[in-house]
Design a protein around this ligand. Structure first.
Ligand SMILES: Cc1cc2nc3c(=O)[nH]c(=O)nc-3n(C[C@H](O)[C@H](O)[C@H](O)COP(=O)(O)OP(=O)(O)OC[C@H]3O[C@@H](n4cnc5c(N)ncnc54)[C@H](O)[C@@H]3O)c2cc1C
Length: 393
């Protein structure tokens, strides 16, 4: 039996729900998971960092740095804040413009479900597409539940590859290729970095230590916290740089800013202190102790010449590490790379070659920084496709 819909949206995540709320009558949204918006539910430690006040196109990685501009400008962080306010969801700014729910991420899911309910869209869960054909401007989708659905607009919103155990399938890329869209190299991003045995042996005893640092890779730098773990390095600055890091590249960690003046001041005022105590003022204690042992920094600071202090400062300002990999899609918050933007219209997110086919959210080659930017892209691209469909009639 065939059912007719104006629009079918594949994926009831952030982007798909947003598109469904705006695509107009005759919209069906399907998802193979038991519940919609599962990644929203677990995001931001259960409080959903739903946008960032400082969102600009510069916070996104894409083959074409101009691509995201149109959607981000037409549906901004302020538009989403207005929606959240309209649903009386309490929120707060945590840090660096990151907005979180005061209560629970489930409130954002409930808000989106209320919006799609108001729009009259139908949601079908535990449903997937087993075949897609396209002829006479229509898509014919065969469903795993039996039967087919025919639609004029087919919106691909089924996300990237991160967290496969939550239903991430990479299916969006298969569909894109099936319609001759190019897919750029995909990689786990916003993910902890891993290290070879020798470096890991040094890192492991420090598991649990966190500090603010600057992490740099190939000219890109982030000033946020880093965290030592049993498996390597994590924390916001490491997750951010992981989106830029490629195999064989080194990363540099600045553990102490302006280390040399700080060490000189300590030598002037506390000449009799040993270096490990001095470093304890600049670094968390466990790290200070590890650093003094690893770099054989014995004796009082008074015994250190200017040249020797400069060497110590250099190690603290430019700790160079060679990651061997990442923790992979198992823990990555997002997938970087994806459906190439060259084949997609930036205003509507519609395929340039297959009218009625749309790509939105994380499956597109647009990756945001950590801090609410990825949801803002999901909302903006979902809104852009939804309103384009509604206007297409
Ligand atoms: C642990 C974690 C925390 C995060 N925290 C934040 C945060 O606080 N702020 C932020 O901005 N970003 C955060 N992110 C990133 C954010 O969740 C994603 O960027 C965003 O969810 C992408 O939205 P999307 O709609 O494109 O994809 P998704 O939200 O992944 O939705 C895709 C949907 O498609 C469905 N699907 C997949 N394959 C199929 C298929 N073959 N058939 C049918 N359905 C399918 C999935 O079940 C899913 O419901 C976090 C990610 C993770 C993993």
């Amino acid at each position: 039996m065939s059912q007719r819909f104006h629009t079918v949206i594949l994926g009831a995540g952030a982007a798909g729900l947003m598109a469904a709320a705006h695509a107009g009558p005759g919209t069906l949204i399907i998802d193979h998971a038991k519940n919609p918006g599962e990644k929203i539910r677990i995001s931001g430690g259960g409080r959903c960092n739903f946008t960032n006040l400082h969102t600009t196109p510069e916070n996104f990685i894409c083959e074409n740095p101009h691509f995201a501009k149109s959607a981000l400008a037409r549906y901004t962080q302020w538009d989403f804040v207005e929606l959240v306010n309209r649903h009386a969801i309490a929120w707060h700014e945590k840090t660096l413009g990151q907005l979180f729910c005061d209560g629970s991420a489930k409130e954002i899911i409930a808000m989106l479900l209320a919006e799609i309910g108001k729009a009259g869209a139908e949601l079908r869960l535990q449903t997937s597409v087993t075949d897609v054909t396209h002829s006479d401007g229509r898509f014919r989708l065969t469903l795993n539940t039996g039967g087919t659905v025919i639609c004029d607009n087919f919106v691909i919103a089924c996300g990237g590859k991160s967290i496969p155990k939550m239903g991430a399938s990479g299916y969006a890329y298969d569909i894109a290729r099936r319609f001759d869209h190019r897919v750029t190299e995909t990689r786990p991003a916003l993910v902890p970095l891993t290290f070879g045995a020798a470096t890991l042996d040094a890192i492991k005893p420090l598991a649990g230590v966190a500090l603010d640092a600057r992490v740099t890779c190939a000219g890109t730098a982030f000033d946020e916290a880093i965290l030592f773990t049993h498996r390597g390095l994590s924390g916001p600055a490491i997750l951010q740089i992981s989106s830029y890091w490629h195999e064989t590249q080194a990363i540099t960690v600045r553990l102490v800013e302006n280390a040399l003046p700080a060490l000189r001041r300590a030598r002037d005022t506390h000449a009799k202190r040993n270096l490990s105590t001095v470093l304890g003022d600049l670094l968390p204690n466990r790290l200070a102790q590890h650093w003094t042992t690893a770099h054989h920094l014995t004796g009082n600071i008074a015994d250190y010449s200017d040249a020797r202090l400069a060497e110590v400062a250099d190690t603290l300002e430019g700790w160079t590490l060679h990651p061997i990999g990442t923790e992979g899609y198992r823990t990555a918050e997002v997938t970087t790379g994806g459906i190439a933007t060259g084949g997609i219209d930036a205003r509507s997110l519609q395929s340039k070659t297959v009218p009625g086919l749309y790509f939105i959210g994380e499956c597109v080659d647009v990756t945001g920084w950590l801090g609410g930017y990825n949801f803002q892209w999901a909302w903006a691209s979902g809104w852009a496709a939804g309103t384009a469909i509604a206007n297409r009639g």
